[in-house]
Design a protein. Structure first.
Length: 188
C-alpha cells in the first residue's frame, strides 16, 4: 500500500448551522449569486433524486453539462472516447441500480445549470463529481448546488461528514475542516 494525499472532508457541526463552516468569501459568493438570480428574475430550483428512472431521464443533460467545461476551455473530455463515456454511464447506472447514487440538480428557469453525483457510504456522504454549465457562470451555480448538497448531507440522519473524494485543489473546495487518509494498493 502507498499513502496518497489526504482527502478533505467537512464534519457535521456539533451545534449551529452548516453555513457557519463556510469562509467569509464563500458566503459572499453565495449571497452575490442569489442577488444576481433575483435581479435577473431567474427561478432557481434544487432537486435531489435517487430514482434510477429519474437518472435515466437526466443522463443526456448530465452528459451535456459534463462536456461543457472541457469544451469551453479547449480540454480533452473523458467522455470523448467510447470507453470513457461507457465507463461514466456504467458507473452512474450501476450505483443508481444499487440504490447508492443521489443526483442533485440545480435548474435555472427550467434548464440544468449544475449537478452533483453523490453516494452515501456508512456515516459519510461522498461527492463523486460535480459540474456546471458555463453559460450560467455569472450565478456560480456549482457553488450554490454544492452548498445545497453540503447542507442536506450534514443535516441527514446518521451522516457525520461529507467527503469531497478528491485531493486535487483542496483550496478550491466549498469548505473543509478535516481530512481522511487515502491509500492505493498497487500490484507489483
Amino acid at each position: 500500500m502507498h499513502a496518497l494525499d489526504p482527502v478533505p472532508v467537512v464534519r457535521r457541526p456539533t451545534a449551529g448551522d452548516p453555513v457557519e463552516l463556510l469562509s467569509h468569501g464563500t458566503r459572499k459568493t453565495l449571497r452575490k449569486s442569489r442577488n444576481r438570480l433575483a435581479t435577473d428574475g431567474l427561478e432557481a430550483r434544487v432537486g435531489f433524486t435517487s430514482d434510477p428512472a429519474d437518472l435515466e431521464a437526466l443522463l443526456p443533460h448530465l452528459e451535456t453539462t459534463y462536456r461543457d467545461r472541457d469544451v469551453a476551455h479547449g480540454l480533452p473530455c473523458a467522455l470523448d472516447t467510447p470507453a470513457g463515456r461507457a465507463g461514466w454511464l456504467a458507473r452512474a447506472r450501476e450505483l443508481s441500480a444499487a440504490g447508492a447514487l443521489e443526483v442533485a440538480t440545480l435548474h435555472l428557469d427550467g434548464e440544468l445549470a449544475a449537478y452533483v453525483l453523490g453516494v452515501r457510504d456508512g456515516d459519510g456522504y461522498g461527492v463523486l463529481e460535480g459540474r456546471f454549465s458555463t453559460r450560467f457562470a455569472r450565478y456560480a451555480p456549482g457553488r450554490l448546488l454544492e452548498f445545497g448538497v453540503l447542507d442536506r448531507a450534514l443535516r441527514a440522519e446518521g451522516v457525520r461528514f461529507l467527503d469531497w473524494m478528491t485531493g486535487v485543489a483542496p483550496e478550491t473546495l466549498l469548505a473543509a475542516d478535516a481530512s481522511r487518509a487515502r491509500v492505493a494498493v498497487r500490484l507489483p
